[in-house]
Design a protein around this ligand. Structure first.
Ligand SMILES: *Cc1c(COP(=O)(O)O)cnc(C)c1O
Length: 232
């Protein structure tokens, strides 16, 4: 079996799991976006995933996204930045990506908002939460989210759509479930604040290892790399 059919069958399998898990959880399939995470994956294989029916692609480095995007210009693709963003790369990130999932400070949000103004663009964004309070992870702690949302409310070029997290890793994905629940509950509390220009409809959580559990707990965006492209 060639590389091509591998990616094709991986995509088919993941889409089927998404569909089955949605049905089992009483959720609409259309409420869940599958982002195929293509960091370190060569562009030809990303193309195969798009041809196999993926519509969202995620990269965690601005530079890598910039290099790949023009080579995929003939295909339709919604491009997500899912890795840490430095303030001095805000312009390039806004030029390159359709979603930025990793805003974690008012300074960074201000830079991205400015970049959007310059490019006359409105960008859907997520706030990255360090849900497990791990020193090794990016994202802000839960307690800081209300203030950040209020500060970002005036950034009218940003369409604040919800929250994103990378939870602690556990061999047994069931152990991740409480963190997914936590992000969902945080999202609900933040929605109740009714901050202007803030929508809390998207929850980006779940990776290859645990995305069915994330969907059961309300994920609207799952970011899946290894299960589509193989081990990195
Ligand atoms: C790499 C990465 C993923 C995908 O991880 P897999 O385990 O390969 O599915 C998801 N989210 C982020 C932020 C990543 O960096």
């Amino acid at each position: 079996m060639g590389v091509n059919s591998d990616i094709k069958s991986n995509v088919a399998r993941v889409l089927e799991v998404v569909e089955r898990t949605a049905a089992r959880s009483g959720r609409r399939r259309e409420s869940i976006k599958l982002v195929a995470v293509s960091k370190t994956v060569e562009v030809e294989r990303v193309r195969q995933a798009l041809e196999a029916g993926v519509t969202h692609i995620g990269e965690n480095r601005v530079q890598e996204g910039m290099a790949k995007k023009p080579q995929l210009a003939d295909l339709s693709m919604i491009f997500h930045l899912i890795g840490p963003l430095q303030k001095n790369k805000a312009n390039k990130a806004v030029e390159t990506f359709d979603w930025i999932e990793t805003l974690d400070s008012v300074e960074l949000a201000a830079k991205v908002n400015q970049a959007c103004e310059r490019l006359n663009k409105t960008l859907p964004v997520l706030i990255e939460i360090n849900i497990g309070n791990e020193s090794s992870k990016s994202g802000i702690p839960e307690v800081q989210v209300p203030d950040l949302l209020r500060q970002m409310s005036g950034f009218i070029r940003l369409s604040i759509q919800g929250l994103m997290t990378v939870p602690p890793y556990f061999e047994n994905p069931e152990e991740v479930r409480p963190y997914f629940v936590r992000l969902r509950e945080l999202s609900r509390r933040m929605a109740d604040l009714k901050v202007e220009n803030v929508s809390m409809t998207e929850l980006s959580m779940g990776m290859s290892h645990d995305y069915p559990i994330a969907i059961e707990e309300g994920a609207t965006i799952v970011r899946v790399g290894t299960a589509i492209f193989g081990a990195r």
